[in-house]
Design a protein around this ligand. Structure first.
Ligand code: DUC
Ligand code: ZN
Ligand code: ZN
Length: 488
């Protein structure tokens, strides 16, 4: 044990993904160096008596200061989004360096890194969105960037200006395999969405609620199934983003049952909202518009079941904040069709309190599963362990002291992102992050943040175990069974 601690978090009830126990936590140089009873005094002390002490949350899917394909920058800067994250108990974010068509990926990542360095107040690492997988992108830029610690590629199967199509998706899966990177995918069938959207708008069904109909539920399971089929052909691990339907969960469960390396996430909007939330007067429903859209209560139940059984491993926010004005949701004018309204919800701050209320306060799956879904599993999948994701000797002291009694009624303007609204307004939650430590320093305390813009650290990552192929080639790709063709 070191002779002195910089800080001791004293007297709390510590919970990890597997344990729960009463302990003090001793911190030195930003790292947890002791977990025990009656630790000697630290240079500073945090009184955690009567509180839960949990690892800082990891939000592995947050759109921050990102240019959309339509040319809108979302409402948050790195500083505002990560401030909001910190207030909500999240100490690490994975956000998106987004290549649009014609852009050089090296430049995209360099420019994005400059924004993060300037503004982030929590630690961060990137997914690289590929929309233009040219030869140079795949053969030169991806290898160089993976070597610099950017080890996930993100791909869209829908959106006019983002989707890469089947052949390029296969190219990207292969490039990822060759570079030991994980591929994260927005999986929805583009043709179905496009066809439904055109028919709805032509017939005058333009209100935000029709956005839900324009993404027919089958469009998700179809794309997930196609993606899994492609990933199996290439023998490439994948992460399926924001699963919204029972059929999506079932398709993933079946693939995992066959031993395939398929990971999946969902988001609070698919656990706590339904399509009915978009059915509001005028354009108000736009505040609940995201893709895929929220579905039904039966889907919520199926997704909870998927989380319980491990078919889905993590819950992220998919924070995609657009203000309800001409800079965001109404950028196409005061009277847009649902097709002209930016997709996305603010959620980086509410994610943990919403889940804490459901899982810990109301008891659904319990505190250990809460920690697993929101911190430990994303740390494992995105290869941030052992530094992040748990309370353990040697880990960064990213710690949240939770007041499990405090009730908060969410309201527009209460949270710290820059949209000014929350789709969860009016919900009363029990349990709230009280003190948030990032690498041993209390950055949120008594409702105030002290972290300076740019004090967040970049977390370089290799692909790790999750991104390692099974080495289980299909017959078509296996030279021993495909008449000797060398294809990978
Ligand atoms: N859907 C996406 O695909 N990205 C951001 C937000 C959203 O709703
Ligand atoms: Zn998406
Ligand atoms: Zn997203």
């Amino acid at each position: 044990m070191p002779e002195s601690f910089d800080c001791v978090v004293r007297g709390g009830r510590v919970a990890t993904a597997v344990d729960e126990f009463d302990a003090d936590i001793g911190i030195k140089d930003g790292v947890i160096v002791a977990i025990g009873r009656s630790l000697p005094a630290g240079a500073s002390e945090i009184d955690a008596r009567g509180r839960l002490v949990l690892p800082g949350g990891i939000d592995a899917h947050a759109h921050i200061e990102q240019l959309s394909a339509a040319g809108i920058v979302n409402a948050d800067t790195f500083e505002s989004a990560t401030t909001s994250a910190a207030f909500g108990g999240t100490t690490t974010v994975i956000c998106f360096a987004a290549q649009h068509r014609g852009m050089n990926l090296l430049t995209v990542v360099g420019d994005y890194m400059a924004l993060a360095r300037k503004g982030a107040v929590v630690d961060y690492t990137f997914h690289m969105i590929l929309t233009d997988p040219t030869e140079a992108t795949l053969k030169e830029h991806v290898p160089a960037l993976v070597a610099q610690g950017h080890s996930t590629l993100k791909v869209f199967m829908t959106y006019d200006l983002l989707n890469v199509g089947d052949e390029k998706l296969l190219d990207i899966l292969l490039a990822a395999r060759q570079n030991k990177a994980l591929v994260c995918v927005h999986a929805e069938n583009h043709g179905m969405i496009s066809w439904m959207s055109k028919r709805l708008v032509e017939k005058g069904y333009t209100a935000p609620k029709y956005h839900t109909i324009s993404h027919p539920r089958g469009s998700e399971a179809e794309a997930i199934n196609r993606l899994i089929t492609f990933a199996e052909l290439i023998d490439q691990p994948i992460m399926i983003f924001h699963v919204s339907t029972a059929e999506g969960v079932a398709t993933i469960r079946q693939a995992r049952g066959r031993g395939l390396k398929v990971f999946a996430e969902t988001c609070p909007q698919y656990l706590f909202m339904t399509a009915g939330d978009l059915d509001k007067p005028g354009l108000e429903g736009a505040k609940w518009m995201c893709s895929p859209p929220p579905r039904t209560q039966a889907d919520q139940e199926a997704i909870w079941q998927g989380l319980a059984l491990g078919d889905l491993q993590t819950v992220t926010s998919d924070h995609a904040p657009y203000a309800f004005d001409a800079t965001g949701k109404l950028s196409a004018g005061p009277n847009p069709t649902f097709k002209q309204i930016a997709n996305g919800l603010p959620g980086i701050e509410a994610r943990l309190p919403l889940l804490f209320d459901a899982m810990v306060s109301k008891g659904r799956l319990g505190v250990q599963k809460f920690v697993e879904l929101t911190a430990t599993a994303p740390a494992k999948i995105y290869n941030l362990q052992p530094r992040k994701g748990s309370i353990a000797i040697g880990a960064d002291a990213d710690i949240v002291v939770w007041d499990r009694e405090r009730t908060v009624t969410l309201a527009d303007g209460l949270l710290h992102d820059r949209t000014g609204y929350t789709p969860y307004a009016g919900r009363t939650l029990t349990g709230w992050p009280e003190t948030v430590l990032r690498r041993g320093v209390a950055i949120v305390r008594a409702g105030h943040i002290t972290a300076k813009a740019g004090s967040g650290a970049f977390l370089p990552r290799s692909g790790g175990a999750a991104a390692t192929p099974l080495n289980r080639p299909t017959a078509d790709m296996d030279p021993a069974r495909n008449f000797g063709a060398l294809l990978c």
